[in-house]
Design a binder for this molecule. Structure first.
Ligand code: C2E
Ligand code: MG
Ligand code: MG
Ligand code: MG
Length: 277
């Protein structure tokens, strides 16, 4: 059926293509079973105050360990999971696991730590996201502000009929709402006014170029200006050097993440870091 699809399309059949199609199907089969097989885990990357490096929150980042495919980063499988729809089940697991973890940290006396979870646009289209979030919070007796949800601009582009209502319901629960990778997508500025969001994350695509690259500098300045004029929080992603950190601080950006501070950490390492801050 792969061959027929190729014959019907304009693509020429090549062994490489057959192999990649086969690999894709094998991966999707493995991905479908991965939640049940407990093959996922979450790492937690510190979000820090750029002035003193103090940790203020954690972003949960999924990792997949599979027998056939080994360890895999999300960029290699989230897209597949989105096209098959499996992301809804996977995303539900991420949400519950991150809530379980942050509740445990709070019980251990770690203080008012917050966890940020990445949410796919598909979770908006096919699931009552607000209800799933409410249940995850209630299950672990967590207040809304313990949780932050990161969406990409794709959510805004898809513009599902219930998106606005979902955002409002989440906002009412006190959940923090943030647009991830801001600037990479279509930057629908119109939605920034309309949606009840709290903040933006400046994409590492631009952070990586400062302070040397003039157009990246211009984009960072522009995003900082947008955030400031709309009263939105701003977190810079992918900070790898101290010159980047200092440049972003000068732009008035107070919070950031990046390898300069820490990569995604196993839960106990994050807890140690947060406790010692
Ligand atoms: P993201 O949400 O923008 O997360 C930031 C990514 O940049 C992470 O990659 C992180 O490890 C990496 N990163 C952090 N600091 C630095 C740095 O200083 N330099 C560089 N070069 N990279 C840095 P990761 O964990 O591979 O995740 C990639 C993307 O996969 C995430 O981008 C997010 O869009 C998606 N993702 C991760 N976990 C989930 C999840 O649970 N659900 C969904 N739907 N997507 C997820
Ligand atoms: Mg993110
Ligand atoms: Mg990002
Ligand atoms: Mg990203």
């Amino acid at each position: 059926d792969i061959k027929r699809r190729i014959r019907n399309g304009r693509q020429e059949f090549t062994p490489e293509l057959a192999q990649s199609q086969e690999t894709r199907l094998r991966m999707e089969t493995q991905l479908r079973r991965a939640t049940d097989n407990a093959e996922f885990r979450l790492l937690y990357q510190p979000q820090v105050d750029l002035r003193d490096g103090r940790t203020v929150a954690a972003e949960a980042l999924i990792r997949w360990q599979n027998q056939q495919f080994g360890g895999m980063r999300p960029d290699h499988f989230i897209g597949h999971a989105e096209s098959t729809g499996d992301i809804v089940r996977i995303g539900g697991w991420v949400l519950r696991e991150a809530c379980r973890q942050v509740a445990q940290w709070r019980d251990q006396g770690l203080g008012l730590v917050r966890v940020a979870v990445n949410v796919s646009y598909r979770q908006f289209l096919v699931e009552d996201l607000a209800r799933a979030v409410r249940e995850a919070l209630e299950e672990h007796d967590l207040p809304g502000p313990a949780l932050e949800l990161e969406f990409t601009e794709r959510v805004l582009i898809e513009d599902a009929p219930d998106t606005l209502r979902t955002f409002e319901a989440l906002r009412e629960m006190g959940v923090m709402l943030t647009i991830d990778d801001f600037g990479e997508g279509y930057s629908a500025l119109n939605y920034l006014r309309r949606l009840p969001i709290h903040g933006l994350k400046l994409s590492q695509l631009f952070v990586s170029g400062v302070p040397g690259n003039q157009s990246d500098v211009a984009v960072c300045q522009a995003v900082a200006g947008i955030a400031r004029s709309l009263g939105l929080g701003l977190v810079a992603e992918g900070i790898e050097s101290d010159s980047q950190r200092r440049f972003l601080l000068e732009l008035g950006i107070q919070f950031g993440q990046g390898f300069l501070f820490a990569p995604g950490l196993p839960p106990d390492e994050f807890a140690r870091r947060f406790a010692n801050r």
